[in-house]
Design a protein around this ligand. Structure first.
Ligand SMILES: [Zn+2]
Length: 326
């Protein structure tokens, strides 16, 4: 009895069975069609993306992704309007790349093929692509210790810090003054190096007014303009007017040549950031600072900025362009 019953239960009417087969078939076909349509739609949508369009131009997927991550729409469209060029990706992937300078980097690199991408970025960021003194901006005097003065940023004739103090003759040659903090920090640095190496740092030159600088510059200019611009800053363009710059030497190695080769200079290069100073015109950065290397000229920017500048091995000009001005 039980056996008979089971058999009966399994048997379906042919109509029902046919219906079920068709039903299952249509379900499977339906799912397949939906999936296929989804794929087609997705593919169609992907073809509309920058990623597809840029890779179609010949860029690798990772390059396309980087370009999309960094560049705003109008610049991505610029890339799409132009032939494949490795330059775009190379520019955008530089550490100190700034979107506002995109076109300037391209233009500079096109005219200076041999210049490295790193240098192209630095040169354009600090405005040096314009040529020394060819562009001139008013210094933002509200930048505090990060105030910038170089061959593109100038101070007004009347600018003078209110906290200038005379520097004690025990560690400065006559008639030197600087911002209070500069003197304090220099004194700490001087004490530490004396304790460590038994050498005695001296301030050779520090604050200079616009008029002081004018006098110096005009003396040089008697030879020629080119000569003057090579050896002195134009009035208003000297960092010494900020009261935050000091020219350092030592009692042991008083001349510039001796000092450059001295142990105390080496020590300063490695340690001055701890006191908030940076070596302002380092070797090998002349194309960024506009100044031949000066082993004596140090600038106070505060410990935080000085440490970052030291660690990243950049100039204050580059730091200012990337982190302050942007
Ligand atoms: Zn100097």
């Amino acid at each position: 009895m039980a056996r008979k019953k089971r058999k009966k239960r399994l048997r379906l009417k042919p109509k029902v069975a046919r219906f079920l087969i068709y039903f299952i078939f249509f379900i499977i076909m339906g799912i397949y069609t939906i999936n296929e349509s989804r794929k087609i739609i997705a593919d169609f949508k992907y073809r509309e993306t920058y990623e597809y369009k840029i890779t179609e131009k010949g860029y690798k997927l990772e390059e396309a992704k980087k370009l999309i991550e960094i560049l705003p729409d109008e610049k991505l469209n610029y890339i799409l309007d132009n032939e494949y060029n490795e330059m775009y990706y190379n520019i955008v992937s530089q550490k100190y790349y700034l979107n506002k300078n995109f076109e300037k980097y391209i233009q500079y690199k096109e005219y200076h093929e041999d210049t490295s991408y790193e240098d192209v970025i630095a040169i354009v960021n600090v405005h040096a692509n314009a040529g020394w003194y060819n562009e001139s901006y008013e210094t933002n005097i509200n930048d505090g210790f990060l105030i910038i003065v170089n061959k593109f940023y100038h101070l007004d004739k009347s600018y003078e810090r209110t906290d200038l103090q005379n520097i004690n003759l025990a560690y400065a040659y006559a008639n030197n003054s600087a911002a209070e903090i500069v003197i304090k920090k220099f004194k700490q640095m001087r004490d530490d190096i004396e304790e460590e190496m038994n050498v005695h740092l001296m301030v050779n030159s520090s604050y200079r007014s616009y008029e002081d600088q004018e006098e110096i510059y005009n003396e040089f200019k008697k030879v020629s303009l080119k000569y003057a611009d090579s050896y002195a800053a134009r009035p208003g363009y000297s960092e010494h007017q900020t009261g935050l710059a000091i020219d350092i030497t030592s009692l042991e190695h008083p001349t510039a040549n001796e000092f450059k080769e001295s142990e105390e200079y080496k020590w300063l290069k490695e340690n001055c950031h701890k006191y908030g100073f940076v070596l302002r015109y380092p070797e090998g950065k002349e194309h960024i600072t506009g100044y031949s290397t000066e082993s004596w000229h140090f600038r106070y920017v505060g410990e935080e900025a000085a440490t970052q500048i030291y660690k990243e091995n950049i100039t204050f000009d580059e730091y200012y362009a990337y982190y302050i001005e942007k």
